[in-house]
Design a protein around this ligand. Structure first.
Ligand SMILES: Cc1cc2nc3c(=O)[nH]c(=O)nc-3n(C[C@H](O)[C@H](O)[C@H](O)COP(=O)(O)O)c2cc1C
Length: 202
């Protein structure tokens, strides 16, 4: 069987979700997948970005990351989406990308793939679960197969978020536990997608 194809599509303003996305890419690669790590296009005006040095720095630091395209979604057997929590919801930049998928959706090309999501927020009760569940609404419309981490690995009892990997930015940069959770989430996505792919090609 051909390796599972995983797209990791994310938005990050100040690098936290980017760090989680890289850990997820690492986990998926180590699980044997072909991986595309893709940032969505930045839509904020330069004035807003430049007003926050960490944001401007992250834009410079990730200039070499390829922007997500619809072709990446069509290519993938599984997609992990990452977004900062914005008012308990998905960042507009990622939502804007999702809102370009109507054509693929209409053709049924987003159905039957595996989907999973991760996030970061500034506070522990700042809406991580609502953000991941908001992305799940999209996956339902696409006819996707939602694969959450649940409590299916010991690291999940340390992070305590069965909906998806999440980090509290106020605690500092993502540490070993949350990075391992991101790697684990991606590994689980690859394992389930591989079982589906094997079943379909049998
Ligand atoms: C417009 C805006 C809205 C935000 N809303 C929330 C929120 O509802 N809850 C929360 O805990 N943090 C909120 N934050 C903080 C971000 O979630 C946090 O900075 C982000 O997770 C950092 O991710 P990044 O480094 O990948 O950009 C918000 C930040 C911005 C700029």
């Amino acid at each position: 069987m051909e390796p599972v194809q995983v797209a990791i599509v994310y938005y990050s303003a100040t690098g936290t979700v980017h760090t989680l996305a890289r850990a997820a890419a690492d986990g998926a690669e180590k699980a044997g997948a072909h991986v595309r790590l893709r940032k969505v296009a930045e839509l904020a005006p330069p004035d807003a970005i430049n007003a926050r040095p960490a944001w401007a720095q992250h834009v410079r630091d990730t200039a070499d990351v390829t922007e997500a395209s619809l072709a990446d979604l069509a290519w993938a057997d599984a997609v992990l989406f990452g977004t900062p929590t914005r008012f308990g919801n998905v960042a507009g930049q990622l939502k804007a990308f999702i809102d370009t998928t109507g054509g693929l959706w209409y053709q049924g090309k987003l159905a039957d793939k595996v989907y999973s999501a991760f996030t970061a927020s500034n506070t522990a009760h700042g809406g991580q679960e609502s953000t991941i569940l908001a992305l799940a609404n999209v996956f339902y419309h696409w006819g996707g197969i939602i694969v959450p981490p649940g409590y299916t690995d010991p690291v999940q009892f340390q992070t305590g978020n069965p909906y998806g990997t999440s980090h509290v930015t106020a605690d500092g940069p993502p540490g070993n536990v949350v990075l391992e959770a991101a790697r684990y989430q991606a590994r689980r996505v690859v394992d389930i997608a591989a079982a589906l792919k094997a079943g379909r090609t049998a």
